[in-house]
Design a protein around this ligand. Structure first.
Ligand code: HEC
Length: 104
């Protein structure tokens, strides 16, 4: 009987694995913060502090796809970042924005 053992294993693995792409390892957040400071802060303010254009601190945390799309393809006055930033840098930005500047 292998099944019960498997079930136990996957149940135990869940909290550790976080929720797939929604896991926010500190080093990814830090990478995101660095990319943000270099590319996004001029418009959105240092550490997302400028709510004038769009308050990134209030970006809905459950809308990762929208974030990736808007950042990759641009939105209205915001230029597209495709080609300038690697997909993994945009992913790192998401971890940074989604954690809402809770880390240094
Ligand atoms: C040239 C100025 C400028 C820069 C640089 C900039 N943004 Fe923006 N951003 C804007 C403006 C303006 C808006 C508001 C767009 C709108 O809704 O009309 C915006 C909106 C957004 C939104 C909300 C999009 C949505 O779906 O509503 C996100 C997310 C965002 N920016 C992330 C970023 C990230 C991440 C970076 C750095 C890679 C960045 N921005 C750099 C100007 C900028």
């Amino acid at each position: 009987m292998k099944l019960p053992a498997l079930l136990v294993a996957s149940t135990l693995a869940l909290p550790l694995a976080d929720v797939g792409a929604q896991s926010f390892p500190p080093e990814r957040i830090k990478q995101g913060a660095e990319v943000f400071a270099a590319h996004c802060a001029p418009c959105h303010g240092e550490r997302m502090s400028d709510p004038g254009l769009f308050n990134l601190r209030e970006f809905p945390k459950d809308q990762q796809t929208r974030f990736i799309n808007s950042v990759t393809n641009g939105k209205n006055q915001m230029p597209p970042w495709r080609g300038q930033l690697k997909p993994e840098e945009i992913e790192a930005l998401w971890t940074y924005v989604a954690t809402g500047e809770k880390t240094p």
